[in-house]
Design a protein around this ligand. Structure first.
Ligand SMILES: O=c1ccn([C@H]2C[C@H](O)[C@@H](COP(=O)(O)OP(=O)(O)OP(=O)(O)O)O2)c(=O)[nH]1
Ligand SMILES: [Mg+2]
Length: 158
């Protein structure tokens, strides 16, 4: 069950459908409070992709996304596929830049122990739209003192 909400005040996301995306459902939030919208595989109907254990593949979504400036899209795994089949996104979270105008693709890897078949329309990952900033970079000779200092990687204990 998917829900396109008319009361959402988030940014507009323009999508351009590519020819191999004809007939693929738009990415939509599956529930009212979903953080991510599910992305579907735009592989050919008659040519499902088989991912053998340990193998990876770039899966087309069939859409170009126009992410508004000041935002990014993060491509994340679906927990159900991870739990049941060992399928995850290799580069998670994948980063979609706001100026990217190519097709959004999902880099899946099979960490499970059986073949995984990706069929047309299958929901393979989810995409979170998030605000992002760009920092101004300055090189300095000293940085400020803090209580943590250089401690990290478990320095505060378990
Ligand atoms: O899961 C992903 C990750 C990236 N991209 C696209 C959109 C993103 O804007 C572009 C570049 O991604 P990234 O910066 O992560 O890759 P890169 O290896 O640094 O490539 P580039 O040199 O093109 O920035 O590739 C996807 O379609 N799916
Ligand atoms: Mg890059």
């Amino acid at each position: 069950m998917s829900a396109i909400r008319s009361d959402v005040l988030g940014p507009m996301l323009n999508l351009k459908r590519l020819s191999h995306g004809e007939g693929i459902d738009l990415p939509t939030y599956e529930t009212r409070g979903a953080a991510g919208m599910d992305l579907r595989a735009a592989v050919a109907e008659d040519a499902p992709m088989t991912l053998a254990p340990g193998k990876r593949a770039l899966v087309p979504t069939g859409f170009i996304f126009e992410i508004p400036e000041g935002f990014e899209a993060q491509i994340r795994p679906r927990s159900g596929l991870a739990l049941k089949n060992g399928i995850t996104c290799l580069n998670t979270p994948g980063t979609i830049d706001s100026d990217y105008r190519g097709e959004v693709k999902v880099l899946l890897i099979n960490l499970g122990d059986g073949d995984f078949v990706i069929e047309r329309g299958m929901r393979i990952a989810q995409m979170v739209i998030a605000p992002v900033t760009q920092a101004r970079v300055a090189e300095v000779t000293e940085t400020s003192d803090t209580a943590r200092g250089p401690g990290g990687f478990g320095s505060t204990g378990v």
